[in-house]
Ligand binder design. Structure first.
Ligand code: PMP
Length: 441
């Protein structure tokens, strides 16, 4: 039955994700175009993209090489099943990803998003142990203030309390490490903070509590992005690696945000010199242009599944769009763009400038902490008593009016510009943010 709608532009039809829908629909903010570092709004203004979309457009917007690759692929082979069939460019992309990943990563499993990469990695962890005859290892360990997407596994290992309140009881057999945010000790740290490596020792407590023989994997974001840019204390990730290895537990790095140059290295695993057993990725893999994610796994993880007769399916898992040809074409063109333009190196080179620019906001009204790494940064505001998130949200709205796109989580402003940003644009972003903060109540 045809719906009798007042107008095709009725905004209520689209129930928007992670959005204050009622507020938005009274006063919508619409992007209608994008190029390089800027969005164009429906009222014709240019907005400087301080967040690479949602931490994903690392090469900037509407890059011709990526656009052309998508157009060409769409005309040549639009879709092919990935179950029992293949097409060459999905294999090519897997090799291109491994070229820039730590040497230990040997296989790529495709998904369509960060959330699906997380579910895949958690299932692989449980399946890995079972395949080795160690089927009691089903327990998963996440971390407070972790964000691992929105599916049930991800919100269970994640540490966002609202998820528990809204969607509980979640996946059973999950425990959480303490978060690594120590504001008293580490306030105004530049890069990784000095204090907090000992927080990894809590893993030994959890292991003692449940028995290592029940634990499948530990999953953490090397840098927790969505909950406010929480950096790993120096030595913390290595400790997690040492403890997991000692107890036969897999370590998963959720690199959905940190992957593809964000920290100034291809992956945070490289940046911090700690190699996990699996890495989850998405976002920057295709420059955010086409939905695609990937789980990277070591040969040891992969090979555990390769036991039965050759004609048997080894892993009962996958998506209709795993390795979708158009997404794969976008991924190849994206990785080529990163390489040709040296964007990961560029992020590393710009990082000190970014750091100084951000930390120049120390002393500005309501700013209580600043954190940074690579081209990622956070400015934390003192919450208004009794009205958490209101101050940062006001800053977000004002920033948009003044022509910069920032993101907020709680009372934390997070920024992660495309890696093509110039020093002048860093000055513009931070300078405008300063004006905004001086005006926000
Ligand atoms: N893991 C991490 C670390 C993320 O930051 C995100 C998204 N911000 C996700 C998973 C989920 O990704 P998606 O929104 O593509 O499902």
């Amino acid at each position: 039955m045809a719906l009798d709608r007042k107008s095709p532009n009725d905004l209520n039809a689209f129930w928007m994700p992670f959005t204050a829908n009622r507020q938005f629909k009274k006063n919508p903010r619409m992007f209608v175009g994008a190029k390089d570092m800027h969005y164009t709004t429906s009222d014709g203004r240019q907005v400087l993209d301080g967040t690479a979309g949602l931490w994903c457009c690392n090469a900037g917007h509407c890059r011709p090489k990526i656009t052309e690759a998508i157009q060409k692929q769409a005309a040549e082979l639009d879709y092919a099943p990935a179950f029992q069939m293949g097409h060459p460019i999905a294999f090519e992309l897997a090799n291109r990803i491994l070229d820039i990943a730590p040497d230990e990563m040997a296989h790529v499993f495709y998904t369509n998003s960060g959330s699906e990469s997380v579910e895949t990695a958690l299932k692989l962890a449980i399946g890995y142990h079972r395949a080795r005859g160690d089927g009691a290892r089903t327990r998963l360990i996440g971390r407070e203030r972790g964000y691992h997407g929105v599916n049930f596994g991800g919100i269970s290992v994640g540490g966002i309390v609202t998820n528990r309140k809204t969607f509980g009881p979640l996946v059973p057999g999950v425990d959480h490490l303490p978060h690594t945010h120590l504001p008293e000790e580490n306030r105004w740290s530049k890069g990784c903070p000095e204090h907090g490596a000992h927080l990894a020792d809590d893993l030994e407590r959890i292991i003692a509590l449940h028995g290592a023989e029940t634990i499948a994997a530990v999953i953490v974001e090397p840098v927790a992005g969505s909950t406010g840019v929480l950096l790993p204390p120096k030595g913390y990730l290595q400790k997690l690696r040492d403890i997991t290895k000692k107890h036969g537990i897999l370590l998963i790095f959720d690199e959905v945000i940190t992957g593809f140059g964000r920290t100034g290295a291809a992956f945070a695993a490289e940046k911090y010199g700690v190699v996990p057993d699996m890495m989850t990725t998405a976002k920057g893999l295709t420059n955010g242009v086409i939905p695609m994610g990937a789980v990277l796994a070591t040969a040891e993880v992969h090979d555990a599944f390769m036991n039965g007769p050759e004609h048997m399916i080894e892993l009962f898992h996958g998506y209709t769009y795993s390795g979708n040809p158009i997404a794969a074409a976008a991924g190849i063109a994206t990785i080529e763009t990163y390489r040709e333009e040296g964007l990961f190196e560029r992020a590393a080179e710009l990082a000190p400038y970014w750091e100084e620019a951000l930390h120049s906001l120390k002393g500005v009204r309501n700013v209580i902490d600043i954190r940074n790494e690579g081209l990622i940064g956070a400015v934390e505001l003192e919450p208004i008593a009794g009205e958490p998130t209101k101050r940062a949200f006001s800053a977000f709205l004002k920033a948009y009016d003044k022509g910069i796109l920032i993101r907020t989580t709680g009372d934390i402003i997070a920024m992660s510009p495309p890696l093509i940003i110039s020093k002048e644009q860093i000055d513009e972003l931070v300078g405008t943010l300063k004006e905004v903060l001086e005006e926000v109540e």
